[in-house]
Design a protein around this ligand. Structure first.
Ligand code: G6P
Length: 587
């Protein structure tokens, strides 16, 4: 994935602006970092393994009014200083986000022409190909290289002798912002200075030539193309923890607001008539997404229980290569916090080509899926900086609940969401329960989350969150499946956390708790039911407020809090889990 940024500034501190932008792009990857600055006609580059802050001491020494930078999430080649970007060749320096799929073949070709490769990355072919095509015109060299690259790439290219930079986009996001400080191109809006309140979203196949006088856009055949700037909401982009020790905790505390703002945003900005006709006209609804977004789809499928359409939930990375046979009126609901996840965008593109209707449920109004969708249902969670999704999940659930009820009593759905939002603070105040659950997780080798019906869907998200931020092995099972295999794993070092909020299967779940206990395993229960069960003496029970079928919001919230507290207890950095990144813009 990675985050990239390039800029031309009016002073000779472009590298400082790039460094600050990289700090705000770190959610896209943080295993190595590098900056090139172009000043006095020469490019100077520093790069290192580790986080962006590792470059702090070098930034002051990088002089020049043009610079490019990169924060990496390794795909090809281990995280190291050599594999860090920028990659340089001759007069060029290049940063890349994406995956160049035909890099091996290009590498062989370039080696046969005498180029020497220093890194193990796919990206190094880009800079060598550009250098190889350079005959005095930077734009022509970049375009000639771009048409040879297969895969996804956003590039920023610096060239000695050219006072400006060139940006290229193909299936990896890139936005351009003009502001007092200068002109910037970056993977995402947060990287731009606060004063950049107008952005131009580059399209696939665009090349931007950026000089002091502005940005000019071309296609890969060097025809001029017109791209319009749009205003962008910058609210909440501050990389400020607001007094909390971690972004994860700050963002968990904003979950109720994410629900409320999403409800507000839905009635303010969605064309309800159009949404109704899409939902009521569907004979099949496919919910899709990745990670936590997929998990919100699991729950949303149950929200559509009353619909006459067949409803299915598919992981986007599977759906794009193994699409089901489509019915005549297929409606795809693509869920993505960032709106840029490559697999989700890939699945949506595929379905658009086959004529399906698409609803995008996203926290990012200028993202790739919004441009592919027939209609956008906004998630109004504000900027989410912690890599693991928290408040955006609850915003997604709210947006999906309203969408599922748009043809029914949507005003009632709105009031239900407002009521449940009021209960988040009660769950937050149950700190003793949270500490107890987190202590049990921290002391376990493996944690299994179990539940039935919608409680199982909550378990899936709870398990993902715990493993993401604590690295403790965890998995989720429908509680009835325990006896068909998972029971073999139960011993004194394992913990079963049972979500029991569905009356219909509550007793069955309690039996599963006993099955764990009598095999020496540990168990804990989260429930919205009052009834006490004497046979479960000694098993910690977390009683969350009773909100009927909206319990999924509160049990999931409680278990995200547990994941956070567990991570902190065992000394993990919950905001930046190892090996992960937030916007996964590569396959
Ligand atoms: C990554 C993140 C997850 C996120 C998933 C989908 O894996 O670490 O937190 O849920 O991507 O991201 P999206 O932006 O599409 O919701």
């Amino acid at each position: 994935m990675c985050g990239i940024i390039g800029c031309i500034t009016s002073d000779d501190c472009a590298a400082k602006s790039v460094y600050e932008g990289l700090l705000r792009l770190e959610y896209r990857g943080y295993d190595s970092v590098g900056i090139s600055a172009l000043g006095g006609g020469k490019i100077v580059t520093v790069k290192k393994s580790g986080r962006v802050s590792g470059l702090a001491e070098y930034v002051g020494g990088l002089k020049g009014n043009v610079a490019a930078g990169h924060t990496r999430w390794a795909t090809h080649g281990a995280p190291s200083g050599v594999n860090a970007h920028p990659h340089c060749e001759g007069r060029f320096s290049v940063v890349h986000n994406g995956i160049i799929e035909n890099y091996a073949e290009l590498r062989d070709e370039l080696i046969s022409r005498g180029y020497e490769f220093r890194s193990e990355t796919d990206s190094e072919v880009a800079v060598k190909l550009i250098a190889d095509n350079f005959r005095g015109d930077v734009l022509a060299a970049v375009a000639a290289a771009a048409v040879r690259l297969r895969g996804s790439f956003a590039l920023v290219v610096l060239c000695e002798g050219f006072e400006g930079f060139v940006a290229v986009r193909n299936r990896s996001s890139l936005v351009v912002g003009v502001c007092e400080e200068g002109i910037f191109a970056a993977s995402d809006v947060p990287a731009l200075p606060e004063s950049a309140d107008e952005i131009t979203v580059m399209e696939d196949g665009d090349i931007a030539v950026i000089t002091r006088s502005g940005a000019q856009y071309f296609d890969f055949c060097l025809n001029t193309v017109t791209r319009r700037a749009r205003r962008v909401e910058r609210d909440g982009f501050t990389a400020d923890k607001g007094g909390y020790p971690h972004f994860m905790l700050k963002e968990l505390n904003q979950s109720a607001r994410a629900v409320e703002d999403t409800v507000e945003g839905f009635f303010r900005s969605v064309d309800l008539g159009r949404l109704r006709s899409l939902v009521s006209g569907a004979d099949e609804i496919i919910l899709t997404g990745c990670g936590t977004a997929y998990n919100s789809g699991l729950i949303a499928a149950r929200f559509f229980g009353e619909s006459s359409a067949r409803v299915r939930v598919e992981i986007a990375s599977e759906l794009r290569y193994y699409p089901p046979k489509m019915s005549k009126n297929t409606l795809v609901i693509a869920i993505s916090q960032s709106g840029e996840t490559a697999d989700t965008v890939g699945a949506v593109s595929l379905f658009r080509q086959t004529g399906a209707q698409v609803i995008a449920v996203t926290n990012c109004g200028y993202s790739a899926i919004t441009r592919l969708a027939n209609i956008v249902v906004p998630v109004c969670a504000g900027a989410e900086i912690c890599v693991a999704a928290t408040k955006s999940y609850f915003g997604q659930l709210a947006a999906l609940y309203l969408t599922a009820n748009v043809c029914a009593d949507v005003a009632f759905a709105k009031s239900q969401l407002r009521s449940v939002a009021l209960q988040f603070s009660s769950v937050l105040s149950q700190t003793a329960e949270c500490e107890c659950f987190a202590g049990m997780c921290a002391a376990s080798r493996a944690v299994f989350f179990m539940g039935r019906g919608a409680d199982y869907d909550v378990a899936v998200e709870a398990s993902l969150k715990l493993k993401e931020v604590s690295y403790i092995f965890s998995d989720a099972y429908p509680a009835g499946e325990l006896k068909h295999g998972t029971l073999a794993l139960i011993d004194g070092d394992t913990l079963g956390i049972f979500v029991i909020c569905q009356e219909r299967t509550a007793e069955k779940c309690i039996s599963a708790v006993h099955e764990v206990l009598c095999r020496g395993g540990k168990a804990a229960i989260i429930t919205d039911m009052e009834a006490e069960d004497d046979s479960l003496d000694g098993v910690p029970v977390w009683r969350i407020p009773r909100v009927g079928k909206m319990s999924v919001f509160l049990s999931a919230f409680a278990l995200q809090l547990v994941a956070y507290r567990t991570a902190v207890k065992i000394g993990r950095d919950p905001d930046k889990p190892r090996n992960l990144a937030k916007s996964v813009t590569v396959e």
